[in-house]
Design a binder for this molecule. Sequence first.
Ligand SMILES: Nc1ncnc2c1ncn2[C@@H]1O[C@H](COP(=O)(O)OP(=O)(O)OP(=O)(O)O)[C@@H](O)[C@H]1O
Ligand SMILES: [Mg+2]
Length: 257
Amino acid sequence: MGKVISIFNQKGGIGKSTTTINLGAGLSKKGYRVLLVDLDPQSNTTIGVGVDSEILDKTIYDLLTNKNDNKHEIMKVVQFTEYEKLDVLPSDITLSNAEITLSNAMSRESVLSKILNKIKDDYDYILLDCPPSLGLLSINGLVASDGVIIPVATSFFSIKGIKHLLDTIELVQDNLKPELEIIGVLITMFDSRKKISKDIRSQLVEAFGDKVFKTVIRINSEIEYSQDNKTPVIFYNQSCNGYLDYMNFTKEVLNYE
Ligand SMILES: Nc1ncnc2c1ncn2[C@@H]1O[C@H](COP(=O)(O)OP(=O)(O)OP(=O)(O)O)[C@@H](O)[C@H]1O
Ligand SMILES: [Mg+2]
């Protein structure tokens, strides 16, 4: 049965989608069957693995709003990518309506969980790219998950919202999903020349101890180029820092138990 992991932080632009895409690519490269679930109307994960979000018949939004948990119907929405063992449950801009539509649904926090339960057996890892908000989509993501990975960028504002983020996780653990665990905190966009990067890393290690992944994702322009080319950096350039860092991070996730 596949392990479900949310990549979660309500702060925008800190590397959630990049991490979802490249952890997924790294795991698939290691031979695991991976499904990426795009919970963000921006569709960065969908596009990032080369799927055109503008021509899709059906997306995750249709499954969430029709509460469709028929396995055959779900698999019709899943898109294969050009990479072996890497599939995506795509989103498009219509997902921005989900917060409202879901708010009137029965068991509105566990709609996604029911959908993923039907297809868990087909995958080793299911990775959820959460939107930059603490709304119902993110809550659905957390409730559906076994574990959560929190990317944190090493910039001045990035640790401000962490208390709020941890409160949300605790709320989900206390009321909806007691088994949900924090797998770890991933430092992203690290710039070793900047004191602020090192300071924030120290603060995170102080707060989270060995929950902070040893691997740090360094700033690397190849990551941006790879996204321009709609390709995970893992498959785009296998000699850049982005590749090395995300492969090391993948190994750490595999060693986590
Ligand atoms: N290590 C890195 N080095 C350089 N650029 C990076 C790195 N990680 C991410 N980026 C770039 O930073 C931008 C934001 O990254 P990403 O989309 O992964 O963040 P996000 O947290 O998913 O954002 P959002 O909250 O909007 O969904 C993207 O343009 C991405 O290419
Ligand atoms: Mg994103």
